[in-house]
Design a protein around this ligand. Structure first.
Ligand SMILES: NC(=O)c1ccc[n+]([C@@H]2O[C@H](COP(=O)([O-])OP(=O)(O)OC[C@H]3O[C@@H](n4cnc5c(N)ncnc54)[C@H](OP(=O)(O)O)[C@@H]3O)[C@@H](O)[C@H]2O)c1
Length: 353
């Protein structure tokens, strides 16, 4: 009996230890609670990925002449998104920190001569508002229409850091930079969209939106910073903004739709700060690979069956479960207005700062 108890305890402890968001042990009740909530959501996510694996498909088709902008894309899920877009003959503009190595990464998996689309790599640090503005200007100078905007770049469970603009790095990188980029490129997206063929924005969020909370009193987590809390806050923010933006676009009768996506639990470098790095074989076994992680994102970007169906949160090729706050239009609007205030945007979507 005692042996049985000890074995169960050791298994549960190892499960907890190696699934932690951090390599350190939780230091107080709040951190332990956050870890346990993450592990519950992670387990539910893995079961969802397994259960709906046959639904998680995207049909690629040729779309020459279309232009997509993606943040990141040099590795992980983004690289596989770029591969699929180029297979559709879509021209892809990548906003990346190191354009030369990003181009090399893409050409290592894609034969560019076989694509009718062009690959353009421009410098972008999405966590730096000045860099976002410069990137948007370059895109605007080259194209007056953008068909797809895929807000992919992200960081997870990083130690506390403020960006040059004074924002905590998760909220800056995962959310605010993309919010600003969307505002700046919206005129080009509207110009590309037409009746029956909306331009599309895809915000890559996460299932951990379910345990997120927007801390309006301390958005940067200065009073108590925990990386898992900062990540889930940024991922919830993406969904709230997605929902309110679609409401605004509908009111303007704009031919643009915006969706949020959970790509699945995917084996990428995103987990670099997590204790899961100690057990890479477990990740290989249980997680999706980056190609599988790219499918629902590309589905949201190009699937004709999703035409006119904006404002949703997708996971494994279907609707996903989102935070109750995301179902409350007033809460979505509150975050949207708060974001405009933080970024000093007076008229969202006019493309100007
Ligand atoms: N993997 C998962 O299980 C999972 C689950 C849910 C949601 N997601 C979301 O999926 C998206 C892609 O994640 P991933 O798993 O592919 O992660 P990844 O392999 O770590 O790739 C992250 C990408 O974001 C870029 N990036 C990070 N900070 C940036 C910055 N300041 N400026 C420009 N680019 C920056 C990286 O570029 P550098 O090479 O320059 O760093 C890289 O291209 C993220 O938004 C993530 O939150 C992932």
């Amino acid at each position: 009996m005692l042996t049985c108890f000890i074995i169960i305890f050791v298994i549960l402890f190892c499960g907890f230890y190696f699934a932690k968001t951090s390599k350190e042990m939780p230091k107080n009740w709040y951190e332990l609670k956050t870890e346990l909530r993450y592990q519950y959501i992670g387990l539910v996510g893995l079961i969802h990925d397994f259960t709906y694996r046959s639904r998680d498909r995207v049909a690629l088709y040729k779309q020459p002449g279309r232009v997509a902008v993606i943040t990141g894309g040099n590795r992980g899920i983004g690289l596989r998104i770029v591969e699929k877009l180029l297979a559709c003959d879509i021209t892809v503009i990548m906003g990346v920190r190191e354009p030369a190595s990003a181009e090399a990464a893409v050409t290592s998996v894609v034969d560019l001569t076989s694509s009718g689309g062009e690959l353009i790599c421009e410098p972008l640090d999405i966590g730096d508002l000045t860099s976002v503005k410069k990137f948007a200007e370059k895109v605007k100078a080259r194209y007056n229409k953008v068909d797809l905007l895929i807000n992919n770049a992200g960081i997870m469970f990083a130690p506390f850091k403020l960006t040059a603009d004074g924002f905590e790095s998760h909220i800056a990188t995962n959310y605010l930079g993309h919010f600003l980029l969307t505002h700046l490129l919206l005129p080009e997206l509207k110009a590309a969209g037409e009746a029956g063929k909306n331009a599309r924005i895809v915000n890559i969020s996460s299932c951990v939106n379910l345990i997120g909370r927007i801390n309006y009193n301390d958005i940067n987590g200065l009073k108590h910073y925990y990386p898992g809390t900062a990540y889930s806050q940024s991922k919830l923010a993406q969904i709230l903004a997605t929902r309110h933006l679609q409401t605004r676009l509908d009111a303007q009768s704009a031919h643009v739709q915006v969706n949020a996506v959970h790509p699945g639990i995917v084996d990428t470098d995103l987990f670099e700060h997590s204790a899961t790095t100690y057990v890479p074989f477990v990740k290989k076994l249980l997680f999706k690979n980056p190609e599988q992680g790219s499918r629902t994102v590309v589905l949201a970007a190009i699937d004709p069956k999703l035409e006119g169906k904006g404002g949703t949160y997708l996971s494994n090729g279907g609707l996903g479960q989102m935070h109750s706050d995301a179902k409350d239009p007033a809460k979505c609007e509150k975050l949207f207005k708060f974001s405009c205030e933080l970024l000093k945007i007076e008229d969202f979507g006019n493309g100007k700062i």
